[in-house]
Design a protein around this ligand. Structure first.
Ligand SMILES: Cc1ncc(COP(=O)(O)O)c(C=O)c1O
Length: 384
């Protein structure tokens, strides 16, 4: 079986999550909106999941709006909570599920401006502050950690700058951050936060937009119909999936420190050995990064070619963002960091999970060295 090093794309389901979901797939039936016993049983399972998700990010249970994942939650934050003609600020390195909705909002008269990042991939605070002062935005959306580099963004500082204007809402896409770092909605001082179940050993197809509902009112419901999710997102709930998401949230909170230490150790071990390969360049390695993420280029080895060779050899990695992997454009994140296009086209991402081992890393490094040695000598010399 292939060795999986692509946990920022999706994580394997935790066995305890599956165990908790199974009865809801095998036996529990009914509709959580029904008033009879079966319906009430499902409703109470959903509310337990909601409580567990709330505890993970320190918010109140009624602020959790369940969605089908991070993409829907980002869409809801941007299209659901701003009025036509609003001023929107975000960053150049957001996930497509933020950037595309921002672009779509321009058709309803919204203006969008993007924060720049420095060469390490961190949002530039001074430039961001002047954009905020200049535009007095209605919404700021800034991710907590980047999916490609793993670089952590100054969300708390930006939120404080944003909240100097009393009507500015601040949203953070914390999809990649949860389960890899402590995430506290209060501490970050944000009004909305996006989460995704499958990035934290939960099932695919579950996520949440957390909304401080006491201060933040929905303007535009994206999926209308029934009264589910406090009338913010209609449709019969996928109970088993939400139960799994809740369990994953509970486990993510309980095991955080241990998980962080394991991931950090794996990455240290990998990067130490990677440094032995001539000319390797790591991205975002001088700043705070998610403990599991290593994004790098090997000179003269095209990222997608390397990816295919490694896949053949039994290793699953990503080149840039997994969601863009059908398109061979250089990563928009590396472009924003000012990385040369040639180097960016060589970029490969390893994202570890707790089940990876140092032995797997040894064989990956061996394979990398073997593949590099097969390159024509003239290319290797140029790289060295
Ligand atoms: C930063 C970020 N936001 C949002 C998403 C989308 O999440 P989902 O796959 O749950 O739709 C991803 C997925 O890769 C992501 O990395």
């Amino acid at each position: 079986m292939a060795v999986y090093f692509d946990h920022n794309a999706s994580t394997p389901l935790h066995p305890e999550v599956l165990e908790e979901m199974l009865p809801f797939m095998q036996r529990a039936h009914g509709n959580a909106s029904s008033l009879h016993q079966s319906g009430r049983f499902l409703r109470s399972a959903i509310e337990t999941a909601r409580q567990r998700v709330a505890e993970l990010v320190n918010c109140s249970q009624q602020d959790v709006i369940f969605t089908s994942g991070g993409t829907e939650a980002n869409n809801l934050a941007i299209k659901g909570f701003v009025a036509p003609g609003s001023r929107l600020l975000s960053s150049q390195i957001e996930h497509a599920s933020v950037l595309e909705p921002l672009q779509q909002m321009q058709t309803s008269g919204c203006s969008t401006h993007l924060f720049t990042v420095n060469r390490q991939g961190v949002t530039e605070l001074e430039a961001a502050e002047s954009l905020i002062q200049q535009h007095q935005p209605d919404l700021i959306s800034l991710q907590l950690a980047n999916n490609e580099t793993g670089v952590v963004q100054p969300v708390q500082q930006i939120a404080r700058l944003g909240h100097r204007h009393p009507t500015t809402l601040v949203h953070t896409d914390a999809t990649q951050a949860v389960a890899k770092m402590a995430v506290d909605m209060e501490q970050l001082d944000v009004d909305m936060m996006t989460l995704s179940g499958h990035k934290m050993q939960g099932p695919q197809g579950a996520g949440a937009l957390i909304v401080r509902r006491s201060t933040t009112k929905i303007k535009n419901v994206l999926i209308s119909g029934g009264l589910q999710e406090s009338s913010c997102r209609a449709g019969t709930e996928n109970v088993a999936t939400l139960v799994g998401f809740g369990k994953a949230a509970q486990l993510a909170r309980i095991n955080l420190l241990e998980r962080q230490a394991t991931l950090l150790e794996l990455r240290r071990y990998f990067e130490q050995q990677l440094a032995g390969i001539s000319g390797v360049q790591l991205f975002g390695d001088q700043v705070e990064r998610l403990p599991n993420t290593s994004f790098f280029s090997i000179p003269f080895y095209h990222g997608e070619t390397l990816l295919m060779q490694l896949d053949k050899a039994g290793f699953e990695l990503a080149s840039g963002s997994a969601c863009h992997s059908e398109v061979t454009l250089p990563s928009h994140v590396l472009a924003a960091m000012g990385i040369d296009e040639d180097l960016a086209l060589n970029a490969v991402r390893v994202s570890f999970g707790v089940d990876n081992t140092c032995q797997q890393i040894d064989t990956l490094i061996e394979t990398l060295n073997h593949l590099i040695n097969q390159l024509p000598a003239v290319m290797r010399q140029a790289a060295g």
